[in-house]
Design a protein around this ligand. Structure first.
Ligand code: F6P
Length: 556
C-alpha cells in the first residue's frame, strides 16, 4: 500500500482528480436511465436501516477510487487502533473509546493494562439502580416528595446529545419524569426552564466532563441558589443534585455527595459522550431498558463498521461520498434533513459531532493542510425546511449535498399526516435530482394557455437544473436501537473523513481562544461597571467601543 503524509498527493487522490474531470459532467438522470438496477446496486440494508446512495454523482469507478483512497489512508488500521484503545487523540494523549461504552459483551478493552469495561459496567449498574429509584418514586426529594422533573445542566456534548436523544425517544418516555435541558449562560434559559418548577420535585443533573465549563458551572450555581432559596437547607442538595463528570474533586467542591456522582473517563470525548453517564438524563426519561437498546443499536453499527467490507459499509460510504463532494467538486456544505419531528435536534447535534471534530486545518504532523476538511453542517426537520431554505438548495448557485432521513412507521398515526410527510420525503430528493427542463416548463405553461411573452419571461425562473445530489436513510421506525445505530453511523462517518484528511477528530483547541478572551473581558466589564478605570487599549477599537457601550448604557 502506498502511504503519503499528504493525502492530496496520494495516487488515489490524483486518480480521483483525473476521474473528476469527466465525472463532474455526469448527469444522474442519465445514470438512472442507463441502469435500471441503479437503486439496488447503490443502496445497502443493515437491519432496519436502508441507506440509498444512488442519487449521487458517482459511478462504480468513482467508488472504486474512493475506496482505494480509504485503503491508502490506512482506514482499516485506524479503525482497529481506535477500537483497541490506542491513544489516537494524540494532542491530548488520550484513547478514544466511545465504542467500548456501548459494548456490553464480556470482552475486555484495555488501556495501559487495565480493563476499562469493569468501570463501564459498574457505572451502568449504578445508572440502572438510580433510574429505577427515580422512576419508581423510591427516591424522594428533601421534603419527601417524588421527583417529577429532571433538569440536565450541561453544554456542548453534555447537552446536545442527551437533548437530541431524549427528544427523539420521547415516545418511550411516557411514564418517566419530565426532562428539561438548561445549557445557555444566558440567564433567560434557566429562568424560563425553572419558572414553573417546584424545587421539592426537581432533580438537577449537572453534566460536565471537566466540571469547570463556565456556562454549566454558572447555571449549576444559580440552580443551587434557586433550590436553597426555597428549601432553605444545604442538606437538600444531596436529594436534588447529582453530577456526571470525570472531575471528582470539582463535584465535591460544588457540594454534591460523591455517592451521587456518575463517573466517566478522559477517553470519552464530550461530543461522543451520550453513551456514557452523560446519558443519565436520557436514561431517567426513557428507562434503563430503552437506554440499553440505544447502546445496543450503536454497538451493532460499530460491529458493522468494523467488520463489513468497505464497499458495503454504511459509515465508510457516507464518508467517502462526502469527501468526493467536499474535495473534488468543492461543495462546502452538507444539509441534514430528518423527516421526523422527533429528530428535530438531530442537525444541531451533528453540527457539533462533525464540525467540532473535523473543523481543523492542520494535519497530524502539525502542517497546514492543502485541501478542504470538515464540511459546514446545517439542517432542520422536513417539511419545515422546505418552506425556509430549500429554495436555495433547489435553485441557488451553491450545490448542497443533502442527507434525507425518514421513518417508514410513525409513532403517531393521525389521519394521513404520515403519508403526506413521506410523500414530501420522497419528492424532494427526486426533484433535486431530476430538476425540470426549460422545454418542459415552457410546454406546461403553453398548456395552461399562457402568452408567449409571459412564457419567455418566466421560463428561466421556473427551470430547475437538477442533478443535485442526496443520500436517503430510511429507518423502519425511530426506535432506541435504530437511533443508536444512526448516531453511531454518523460518528463513524466523521471518523473516516478525519482519517482520510489526517486530522485529529477528537480534540477541539479551536474553542479555547474565545473562552480565554471572554474571561478577561468579564473582568474588565465588572471593573468598569463598578466605576473603576480600565485600560482597554489592548483591544481593537471595535471591541473596546462595544464594551464601553455595554457599560455606559447599562448605567441608564
Ligand atoms: O465547546 C467545547 C467543549 O469542550 C465541548 O467539546 C464539550 O462538549 C463542551 O465544551 C462541554 O464540556 P464539559 O462537558 O467539560 O462541560
Amino acid at each position: 500500500m502506498t502511504r503519503t503524509s499528504d493525502p492530496s498527493r496520494s495516487p488515489a487522490w490524483r486518480a480521483l482528480a483525473t476521474h473528476h474531470k469527466n465525472a463532474r459532467s455526469l448527469k444522474m438522470n442519465d445514470l438512472f436511465d442507463s441502469d435500471p438496477r441503479r437503486f439496488s446496486r447503490f443502496s445497502l440494508r443493515w437491519r432496519e436501516i436502508l441507506f440509498d446512495y444512488s442519487k449521487n454523482r458517482i459511478t462504480h469507478e468513482t467508488l472504486r477510487l474512493l475506496l482505494r483512497l480509504a485503503e491508502e489512508a490506512g482506514l482499516r488500521e485506524s479503525i482497529d487502533a481506535m477500537m483497541r484503545g490506542d491513544r489516537i487523540n494524540w494532542t491530548e494523549d488520550r484513547a478514544v473509546l466511545h465504542t467500548a461504552l456501548r459494548n456490553r459483551g464480556k470482552r475486555g478493552v484495555r488501556i495501559d493494562g487495565a480493563d476499562v469495561m469493569v468501570d463501564v459496567h459498574a457505572v451502568l449498574d449504578k445508572m440502572h439502580s438510580f433510574s429505577k429509584r427515580i422512576r419508581s418514586g423510591r427516591w424522594r426529594g428533601h421534603t419527601g416528595k417524588k421527583i417529577r422533573t429532571i433538569v440536565n445542566i450541561g453544554i456542548g456534548g453534555s447537552d446536545l446529545g442527551p437533548l437530541m436523544i431524549s427528544e427523539a425517544l420521547s415516545p418511550y418516555a411516557k411514564t418517566g419524569p419530565a426532562l428539561r435541558f438548561v445549557s445557555n449562560i444566558d440567564g433567560s434559559d434557566f429562568i424560563e426552564k425553572s419558572r414553573d418548577l417546584d424545587p421539592e420535585e426537581t432533580l438537577f443533573v449537572v453534566s460536565s466532563k471537566t466540571f469547570t465549563t463556565q456556562e454549566t458551572m454558572t447555571n449549576a450555581h444559580s440552580a443551587r441558589s434557586w433550590l436553597l432559596r426555597k428549601l432553605r437547607s444545604k442538606e437538600a442538595i444531596k436529594r436534588h443534585f447529582v453530577a456526571v463528570s470525570t472531575n471528582r474533586e470539582g463535584v465535591e467542591a460544588f457540594g454534591i455527595d460523591p455517592m451521587n456522582m456518575f463517573e466517566f473517563w478522559d477517553w470519552v470525548g464530550g461530543r461522543y459522550s451520550s453513551w456514557s453517564a452523560i446519558g443519565l438524563s436520557v436514561c431517567l426519561g426513557i428507562g434503563f431498558d430503552h437506554f440499553v437498546d440505544l447502546l445496543a443499536g450503536a454497538h451493532g453499527m460499530d460491529t458493522h463498521f468494523r467488520r463489513a467490507s468497505f464497499e458495503k459499509n454504511i459509515p465508510v460510504l457516507m464518508a467517502l461520498i462526502g469527501i468526493w463532494y467536499n474535495n473534488f467538486f468543492g461543495f462546502e456544505t452538507q444539509a441534514i434533513l430528518p423527516y421526523d419531528q422527533y429528530l428535530h435536534r438531530f442537525a444541531a447535534f451533528l453540527q457539533q459531532a462533525d464540525m467540532e471534530s473535523n473543523g481543523k486545518s492542520v494535519d497530524r504532523d502539525g502542517r497546514r493542510v492543502r485541501y478542504q476538511t470538515g464540511p459546514i453542517i446545517f439542517g432542520e426537520p422536513g417539511t419545515n425546511g422546505q418552506h425556509a431554505f430549500y429554495q436555495l438548495i433547489h435553485q441557488g448557485t451553491k450545490i448542497i449535498p443533502c442527507d434525507f432521513i425518514g421513518c417508514i412507521k410513525t409513532h403517531n398515526k393521525l389521519g394521513d399526516h404520515h403519508e403526506k410527510l413521506m410523500a414530501n420525503f420522497f419528492a424532494q430528493p427526486e426533484a433535486l435530482m431530476r430538476g425540470r427542463s426549460a422545454a418542459r416548463v415552457e410546454a406546461e405553461m403553453r398548456t395552461e394557455g399562457m402568452s408567449e411573452a409571459r412564457i419567455d419571461a418566466l421560463t428561466p425562473h421556473k427551470t430547475f437544473e437538477g442533478n443535485r445530489p442526496s443520500n436517503t436513510v430510511l429507518l423502519d421506525r425511530l426506535s432506541p436501537f435504530n437511533l443508536g445505530a444512526l448516531i453511531a453511523a454518523y460518528e463513524h462517518k466523521v471518523f473516516v473523513q478525519g482519517v482520510v484528511w489526517r486530522v485529529n477528530s477528537f480534540d477541539q483547541w479551536g474553542v479555547e481562544l474565545g473562552k480565554v478572551l471572554a474571561k478577561r473581558i468579564l473582568r474588565e466589564e465588572k471593573q468598569l461597571l463598578s466605576g473603576e478605570k480600565v485600560d482597554l487599549s489592548h483591544h481593537d477599537s471595535s471591541t473596546a467601543g462595544l464594551i464601553r457601550q455595554f457599560v455606559k448604557r447599562n448605567y441608564r
